[in-house]
Design a protein around this ligand. Structure first.
Ligand code: SAH
Ligand code: SF4
Ligand code: F3S
Length: 434
């Protein structure tokens, strides 16, 4: 039996796309390989969001050259956002890559593999736009939880961001299709669903019969047996009171909201084209906290955006201190060719940006630590997700925090009550309540 090996970089949407690729290759009679050296097909699903991800990819494809020399029949396939964005570069620098396919061409992969074998020339298939999603054709990695995309693409064009260029304009998937998929998954034993979209809050506006994200969530929450519903990513400019209400009212909609701040300074937010102010953001947080009991909040922050000065950065620190996020994903600004921000002048040195970045990370780590400490002594319900480090089980709380504890493998996929006994910045420890 021929084997495939898939490597996935980037966000949850890419992880979902890889689950689609697995389904397609399984259907063609391939099986998953544990090791890259044993496979007949390598698929790299790439991310283009920051330069670092791209550079890492080039190093990686470069390393595959030796494997290809040892195994000339090995097929190297490059998909995802960098394939979509920079096909010419990949074709030119890595002529031994067999197939390059775009983010709108995933369902074609099996036919591209056949074609490659027939014509024995490298193939590059990139559609500029399109809708390529059949929701029933993916293999969810965990038997008890699954992703479901509800929209693809993005219309926001934040000035730093490549995503709208590599994923196309926002297209919502019909609510009926989403609900049907969720029902089918639950009937197969799935207890947690994570709804995916670059901006879930703007879901449904493009449909012939417009539906809001809150209405969709409400419908999904009524599925019998669906214990946990999560969603990513929320954009502050579209987060409605209606959404806050539905989260507050439905016990199976998790009270964790990932709400990217990006920056605290109004000047920088405007230059980023985020379309909200620091004050708007703080007001949304206030509304969430006053309505949703025990809500948890995570965020994304970019430092070193062109033109950002120390006093702008201090507004970011100020929001971080005021909100006290449970966790923040922090990034140093990375210039992306073709985006609106790429032509902006930048006067701040790299060294200074790195110092600010470190300062932000230290502040947030301390806050994460303190927020986690507050959970010690509580006994939350936890979904056991698998094995973590030191042979301990790893489970997730409603608030998305991860807890490590001792227990047997047969608990994986089940709910247990855990008494929290310890807390670090990024995880908790505890014991199963008998
Ligand atoms: N649609 C989501 C995710 C976008 S990508 C959202 O709107 O939040 C994930 C994160 O990467 C972004 O939130 C942003 O913080 C970061 N990011 C995007 N482009 C970047 C760039 N050019 N440089 C640094 N970080 C970037
Ligand atoms: Fe990028 Fe902004 Fe769209 Fe998120 S909302 S994907 S940051 S353009
Ligand atoms: Fe990266 Fe593409 Fe996601 S650029 S963050 S993999 S949409």
């Amino acid at each position: 039996m021929k084997k495939y090996y898939i490597e996935t970089f980037g966000c949850q949407m890419n992880e979902f796309d890889s689950e689609r690729i697995e389904y397609l290759l399984d259907k063609e009679g391939y099986s998953a390989s544990e090791k890259i050296e044993d496979c007949d097909i390598i698929v790299i699903n790439t991310c283009a969001v920051r330069e670092k991800a791209e550079n890492k990819l080039y190093g990686h494809i470069g390393n595959l050259k030796n494997l290809k020399i040892l195994k000339p029949d090995l097929l190297i396939c490059i998909g995802g956002c960098t394939a979509q964005n920079l096909k010419e570069k990949i074709l030119k620098d890595f002529p031994y890559v067999d197939i390059i396919f775009g983010t709108h061409n995933i369902s074609q992969l099996p036919e591209l593999i056949l074609k490659k074998k027939e014509i024995n020339k490298n193939i590059c298939e990139i559609r500029e736009k399109g809708f390529d999603y059949a929701l029933d054709r993916f293999r969810h990695t965990f038997p008890f939880k699954s992703y479901i995309p509800i929209s693809i693409g993005c219309n926001n064009f934040c000035s730093y961001c490549i995503v709208p260029y590599v994923r196309g304009k926002e297209i919502s998937i019909k609510p009926g299709k989403i609900i049907e998929t969720a029902q089918k998954l639950v009937s197969e034993g799935v207890v947690e669903i994570m709804l995916l979209g670059q901006n879930v809050n703007s879901y449904g506006k493009d449909l012939d019969n417009p539906v809001t994200f809150s209405q969709l969530l409400d419908k999904i929450s009524q599925i019998d047996g669906l214990k946990r519903i999560r969603f990513m990513t929320s954009h502050p400019k579209d987060l409605s009171a209606e959404l806050i209400n539905v989260i507050a009212e439905k016990p199976n909609i998790m009270s964790h909201i990932h709400l990217p701040l990006q920056a605290g300074s109004n000047k920088i937010l405007e230059m980023m084209n985020r379309r909200y102010t620091k004050e708007d953001y703080l007001e949304i947080i206030h509304n969430i906290r006053s309505r949703i009991k025990d809500s948890s909040l995570t965020t994304d922050i970019i430092t070193g955006f062109p033109g950002e000065k120390r006093d702008d950065f201090e507004h970011t620190l100020d929001v971080v201190k005021k909100v006290r996020f449970n966790r923040a994903f922090t990034f140093i600004y990375s210039k992306r060719d073709g985006t609106a921000a790429c032509s902006l002048e930048d006067s701040i040195s790299k060294k200074e940006k790195k110092e600010w970045f470190k300062e932000l990370v230290a502040l947030q780590n301390q806050i994460s630590f303190e927020e986690n400490q507050k959970l010690i002594g509580r006994c939350p319900e936890v979904l056991v997700e698998g094995k973590g480090s030191k042979n301990l089980l790893e489970g997730r709380l409603e608030n998305n925090s991860v807890v490590n504890f001792e227990g047997s493998n047969n608990l994986i996929g089940r709910f247990v009550k855990i008494k929290i006994t310890g807390a670090k910045s990024f995880y908790l420890t505890g014991n199963i309540l008998k």
